[in-house]
Design a protein around this ligand. Structure first.
Ligand code: NDP
Length: 330
């Protein structure tokens, strides 16, 4: 039996990602085999597909940190053939072949049952980006940020995490300020629920340790000076959730916001989050995400198109979310 898959190779001929027909013997070890219906392209997939950062730790490897599909074989007690499942993270698409393929073989411990509220396509429109946005919102709430606390800044607003975060926060009644480098997308961001749109240039240059207090909470997908400036302009007792590094991995800040304003910096990791946290986040997505808004931010492509989208997402040119319809290649 064979299947179609993106395959990343690295050898004397260089680093490349191509669409290939693979034999089932290429599937990695695992106790559950899944026929993939949809996958998606996240920022990390862009890093893997292009090789711009060394996120792929094994070659050859199929990229794709997310998938939604149907179990075809299982030796895992929680899953049986016919179950619809979702996978996000756990090193899949980095050190274990991932979702940008017609078939995947995985550890059942990594899988979550597809929430009844979502189709496989919607689950991938959400993907790791949307599930991470939900983790950020849950962290703001856990630390006591309510709609009455004040404005919430969302950076990298036009991207996947940013777009879902805006839709979630707006539906929950928060007043959202969207920071973007694409002011031409202001109408899109307002339609998602942003009350205000600001130029990311206001946040991306080196700033002062403390600035005027503006934010009750922050969802930062960008890192670097943007995260430092977001902390510096967070109100007394406010909460900054840090999940991304689109501007950079550095954090050129000082302790001033933390020791003088009691600001909380909450780190967000989606990859190794335990099953209970994942299930809670998916349950909250079913409750708090407007599926019409999700559709507004989503475009659909075929498996071969995902290759070019790798460079596009790293260049900040992808708006919202991209789903990859795997069955298109059959
Ligand atoms: P996207 O590329 O969809 O979104 C990132 C957005 O950041 C861009 O759309 C752009 O928005 C903005 N941006 C891009 N380059 C720069 C720059 N140089 N300076 C400032 N802003 C920039 O990616 P995702 O939404 O999929 O992921 C966002 C980040 O979150 C990534 O760094 C990703 O690795 C991280 N992430 C982390 C997870 C975790 O578990 N911690 C899980 C998922 C994602 P605009 O044009 O609106 O300014």
């Amino acid at each position: 039996m064979t299947y179609q898959a993106l395959q990343i190779e690295k050898d004397d001929a260089g680093y490349r990602c191509t669409l290939q027909t693979l034999d089932d013997s290429a599937l990695p070890e695992g106790d559950v085999t899944v026929q993939v219906d949809y996958s998606t392209v996240n920022y990390k997939d862009g890093l893997a597909i292009t090789g711009k950062s060394p996120v792929v730790r094994k070659f050859p490897l199929t990229p794709g940190i997310d998938l939604a599909g149907t179990v075809t074989e299982s030796q895992h007690p929680l899953f049986k053939a016919g179950d619809q499942v979702v996978l996000n993270g756990w090193g899949v698409g980095e050190s274990h072949s991932g979702g940008l393929a017609q078939k995947a073989r995985l550890k059942g411990d990594w899988l979550v049952k597809l929430p009844a509220a979502f189709t496989p396509r919607q689950a991938m429109a959400i993907g790791t980006a949307g599930y991470t946005a939900m983790l950020c919102v849950m962290a703001l709430q856990k630390h006591g940020v309510t709609p009455a606390s004040g404005d919430i800044l969302v950076t990298g607003a036009g991207g996947g995490v940013g777009s879902v975060a805006i839709a979630l926060l707006a539906k929950l009644g928060y007043r959202v300020v969207a920071s973007t480098g694409r002011l031409q997308e202001a109408d899109y961001l307002r339609q998602l629920g942003a009350a205000d749109v600001m130029d990311r240039a206001e946040l991306s240059a080196p700033g002062k340790p403390l600035a005027k207090e503006r934010w009750a909470g922050v969802v930062d997908t960008v890192g670097s000076h943007t995260l430092a400036n977001a902390c510096a302009s967070t109100k007394y007792g406010g909460v900054v959730t840090a999940c991304g590094l689109a501007q950079g991995m550095d954090f050129p800040s000082s302790v001033a916001p933390f020791i003088l304003r009691g600001v909380t910096l909450a780190g967000i990791d989606s990859v190794m989050a335990p099953r209970a946290v994942r299930e809670a986040a998916w349950a909250r997505l079913a409750q708090d995400l407007d599926t019409a808004q999700l559709e507004r931010m989503t475009r659909e492509v075929g498996l071969a198109d995902a290759i070019g989208l790798g460079a596009e997402i790293l260049a900040g040119q992808v708006r919202g979310r991209v789903v990859v319809k795997i069955s298109d290649v059959i």
